[in-house]
Every structure is written in structure tokens, then in C-alpha cells.
Design a protein around this ligand. Sequence first.
Ligand SMILES: [Zn+2]
Ligand SMILES: [Zn+2]
Length: 121
Amino acid sequence: MPNCVSKPVFWKIRERLSLAATIEELGFLVMACSFCKCHGMGDRCKMMDGVMRCKECMRRGRSCDGTGVLLSALNCITSEHKRLRLEEKEAAEQLAEYQQKAAEALSRLSRIRSQCESLVT
Ligand SMILES: [Zn+2]
Ligand SMILES: [Zn+2]
């Protein structure tokens, strides 16, 4: 029987467990896969470069739909997003302030001009 490498690998329990231990040790925190979410593992699980399954799915020998999105990367995105939203708010407030000042200056200018004209005529 030829050894077909393209077939899915069926991990032996011992290999699975040792790989799971390696992921625990060397892996990084990622957004939880649906299995981990459903099974109360929290909103994070651990994955490792070159391994397509999270630690928990590897340990249980099931397929994993983890995205591998790093939690740290996600935190970066959200904090950057928050910062930009704050800056946007500040800029909008500043613009509103300037617009009000411009409107005031404009009405003052037209008042002065009409006074000026009434003096001349
Ligand atoms: Zn998981
Ligand atoms: Zn998983």
C-alpha cells in the first residue's frame, strides 16, 4: 500500500499530546476558535506557527477553525482605532469652534462695515 502524504494526518494520541504541550509552551495567544468558545475556554486559545490547530483542538484531535489572529495584534488595532476616533472627535470639536468664531467675526465685520457706511453717507 503506497504511503499517500496528501491524506489528512491522523495523529497518534501521544504525538498530539506532545504537540499540544509544545503549543502551550511556544504558542501565542490568538482569538478563540469556535470549539474553544463553545466549550468555555474563554475568548482566546493558543496556536503555533506551522500548526493549523489550536492547542485544545490538537489535544482533542479535532479539526480547528481558529483564525490565528493574534490577540496582541487585535489589541493594537482596537487601541489605534480608539485613538483615531478620539482625534476625529477633537478635530470635529475644534472645527465647530472655529466655525462659530468665523461666524461671529463675519457678523461683527458686516456690522462695522454698515456703521462705516452710515457715517460716510
Ligand atoms: Zn481553540
Ligand atoms: Zn481550535
